[in-house]
Design a protein around this ligand. Sequence first.
Ligand code: PEP
Ligand code: MN
Length: 337
Amino acid sequence: MLVLLKPGTPESVASDVMTRLRMAGLAIHRTEHDGRIRIAAIGDLSAVHWDDVEAWPGVEGTKRLERPFKLASRAFHPHDTVISVGRAVIGGPALTIMAGPCSIEGEEQAFTIAAAVAAAGATVMRGGAYKPRTSPYAFQGLGEEGLKILRRAADAHGLAVVSEVMDSQLVPLLARYADILQVGARNMQNYALLREVGQLQKPVLLKRGLSSTIEEWLLSAEHVMAQGNQHVLLCERGIRTFETYTRNTLDLNAVPVVKELSHLPVIVDPSHGVGIRDKVAPMARAAIAAGADGLIVEVHHDPDHALSDGAQSLYPAQFEELVAQIRTIAGAIGRQL
Ligand code: PEP
Ligand code: MN
C-alpha cells in the first residue's frame, strides 16, 4: 500500500505514521516526491483498516500498489532514480558508457583496454574475474588476482569498476574491488545472492535472466531493494528465443516498458544480446534510441586471442566510432554524452 502524506507534514508526524504501520507488522520504506513523503507499507495489508489510516494526522490518502514489485515501481517512486558512481551519473539526462573485456586476462590486456575505453568516453570499466562459463573446462577467470588488475587498470584511467559476483560468499571480496557489483543473467534468481548484495550500499547491475520475464526481473530487483539497497541498475542482455542466427535476442521492447514500470536506470548490453561483433554497434545505437540510460559493451584489443567472448568484442577503434555515433543520437533525443 502507498501512504501519501500531506505536503509539509512534520517529521514527528511522519514518524508516528510509520511506527503505527510497523506495529501492524508491515515493512516500511519511504521516499519523497514533490515535497510529499510517500510510504510503501508492505506485507499483510488485511492487518490494517485503511479507511482509518486515511484519517490519521498527516495522511493525505492511500493507494494500493497494484504490481507485485513495490519499491522498484514507479507508482511508489515517481521520479527517475539517479545513481552516482565515480564520474558516472547513471539514470539522469547523461548517458553512461561501460566498457571493457569480457574477462580480465592479465596486466597488459587490462591496461591496454582501460586506456582505449577511457579515451573513447567510457566512465566505467567492465571485466570479469569470476566467470560463469557454460563449460567447466573453459577459462573461469583469474579470481582475486583479476580483480586487483582490473582495479589498478581502471584507477590508472579514472574509471569506475563493474565486475560480476557469482556467489554470495564472494560479495565482501567483490565489494572491496568493484564500485558496481554485477549479478549475471544465470544468477538473476539466486535469491541468496540477491539478499547478500541487498545488504550493501553499493550499486548492483542486475542482468535479466536468460529466460526471464520483465516481471520476474523486476521482482529480482525487489529482492535487492527489500534488503535496503535501492541502487539497482537493470541490464537487458538478451533473452533466449527460437532464433539461432544470433546468440540471444536483445529485447529492446523491455527498455520503454521497464522505464514506464520502474524508476530504476536501464543499461543495455548489446554484446551478449547479439553475440556477433559487427551487429553490436547497430543494436547499441538502437538501445540508446529506445531510451536506455547507458550501455555495457565488450571491447578487446586482440579479440581473436580473447579467453572469452572474443567473437562479440569490439576492437577499440570500433568502440570509439560507436561512442561518437551514440553522442549524435544522444543529441537527437535530448540526452547528453
Ligand atoms: C558477462 O557480462 O560477461 C556475462 C557473463 O554476462 P551475462 O550474465 O549477461 O551472460
Ligand atoms: Mn562476456
